[in-house]
Design a binder for this molecule. Structure first.
Ligand code: AMP
Length: 307
């Protein structure tokens, strides 16, 4: 197994200035694994759904080579449900409803064939459950990446700090970095968060790109200026999937390669926001992905001759 992905597999209801959906498929692990599947095969998911979950979506994931052996299905129970509404600038949103449902009593079991995964992506989920997955691995994966959200910062901060201390890379958005560190300056916030355990921190800034920090260096990846942005839901997860998928493909976890990986993550996220839910990232071609990467290269490449 190359990549193990943990996170919600869920139903979402989304409202943006461009439209509204009732109950569509979402969840952190869904976006992450779909996005990563463009870079690496041998992906497994550990998560839980109720028996109300969409069979067609499960078949879609399987058709992408994603192993659902670690996806528990709870009879008579409901899948995790999240409802969010975006503000007019699409950079911020309000969570209108979070129903944990099956997550409330979820006890993750990592299947034997996932326990030697080289890369572990801990997507947005209950922090104590993320820890339970780490401790079930046979050996420490080559790289552990953690993503989380203000919801867990608000209600499970101490558990979340324990999970943060166990990982190599943390990805959060700018508001969450400020909340976690108590610092307004993102540079100071990064320094404080890197003291909490991770060697690398990624701060996502929506349409303003993403920052990659380690203790000595910082690198910036822009977001592609897009004509049409319909729905930012899952952009952070899709970013994380592209990031870890590229690292799993290249097997190089140096800071230099992580710079390339955040460009891949940003490219995948730029697709995600163009349609509602997972729609756009379900069926991309390799050519489309390559062209998007080239657009990023063209966007930021310039020569300066200092005299
Ligand atoms: P993103 O837009 O990248 O932050 O991810 C949105 C996805 O996260 C949605 O598909 C939701 O189902 C999922 N989600 C929302 N709230 C939570 C939560 N508290 N824990 C885990 N997943 C969540």
């Amino acid at each position: 197994m190359s990549l193990l992905v943990v996170g919600t597999v869920a139903f979402d209801a989304i409202e943006t200035p461009f439209g509204k959906t009732d109950k569509i498929v979402g969840g952190a692990a869904s976006y992450i694994s779909l996005s990563a599947s463009y870079f690496t095969k041998e992906i497994g998911i550990v998560s839980v759904v109720g028996d109300d979950f969409d069979e067609n979506f499960k078949s879609l994931l399987t058709s992408k080579g994603i192993d659902l052996g670690g996806l528990q299905v709870k009879k008579g129970e409901k899948s995790f449900f999240w409802k969010g509404k975006y503000h007019t600038d699409l950079n911020s949103r309000d969570t209108l409803d979070t129903q944990l449902n099956v997550l409330e009593k979820f006890d993750p079991v990592v299947p034997e064939n996932f326990k030697n995964a080289e890369f572990l992506m801990l997507g947005n989920l209950v922090p104590a459950i993320q820890q339970k997955v780490i401790t079930q691995m046979n050996k420490r994966p080559k790289l552990l990446v953690l993503d989380t959200m203000n919801f867990w910062l608000d209600i499970a901060l101490e558990e979340l700090k324990k999970t943060i201390a166990m990982v190599d890379v943390l990805t959060i958005n700018d508001a969450e970095a400020r909340q976690l560190s108590g610092e307004y300056s993102l540079v100071k916030a990064a320094q404080k968060i890197l003291e909490m355990g991770p060697k690398v921190l990624i701060i996502k800034k929506g349409e303003h790109g993403a920052l990659l920090f380690n203790k000595e260096q910082v690198f910036f990846a822009p977001a592609l200026p897009l004509e049409e942005v319909f729905d930012p839901t899952g952009a952070g997860d899709t970013f994380a999937g592209g990031f870890i998928g590229y690292l799993a493909q290249t097997k190089d976890i140096s800071f230099e390669n992580m710079k390339r990986a955040i460009i891949y993550g940003s490219a995948m996220a730029s697709f995600c926001v163009e349609k509602f839910g997972t729609q756009k990232i379900e069926n991309l071609t390799q050519e489309e992905v390559d062209e998007r990467i080239q657009e990023f290269v063209d966007l930021v490449q310039f020569d300066i001759a200092l005299v």
